[in-house]
Ligand binder design. Structure first.
Ligand SMILES: [Zn+2]
Ligand SMILES: [Zn+2]
Length: 145
């Protein structure tokens, strides 16, 4: 599907400048979560004419079109991934940042309920849930540090 990302956007009426295509290619090649800064660094190697605002606009366009997701993975900036990354849930320890993946099928029921009860299609393709890892659950709750 990534190969067709540019094609899909064209079919939806987007006019893609060479800069935008370069940005899209960088996101596709990454194949993993990338921040806007990551993408910006990558495209700067090829063209210094691209500015960070264009990177953000292109990422926003992908998110609006449902072709990529914007996820808070707890590192202070949003991470972007195209829809071919995932689906999965990231479980992230809020204390140490320890991350593990959980099975996406856990969200099936939630997804169905949100649709039937609220008539809302939830973007649950790639989400993060914060909490405490095994090690940190054992820590003394009221302990002073
Ligand atoms: Zn992920
Ligand atoms: Zn932890």
């Amino acid at each position: 599907m990534t190969k067709n990302l540019i094609k899909i956007l064209r079919e939806r009426g987007y006019r893609l400048t060479p800069q935008r295509e370069m940005i899209l290619a960088a996101i596709i090649q990454a194949g993993d979560h990338v921040s806007a800064e990551d993408v910006f660094t990558k495209v700067q190697e090829q063209s210094s004419a691209i500015n960070i605002a264009t990177v953000y606009r292109t990422l926003d366009m992908l998110v609006e079109e449902g072709l990529a997701c914007r996820t808070d993975l707890g590192i202070g900036e949003y991470m972007y991934a195209t829809n071919q990354h995932g689906p999965h849930i990231h479980l992230i320890c809020r204390k140490c940042g320890y991350t593990q993946d959980a099975d996406h099928s856990l969200l099936k029921k939630l997804e169905e309920t949100i649709l039937s009860e609220y008539d809302f299609v939830a973007d649950l393709h790639h989400i993060a849930i914060f909490g405490l890892c095994a090690g940190h659950q054992l820590e003394d709750e009221g302990g002073q540090e």
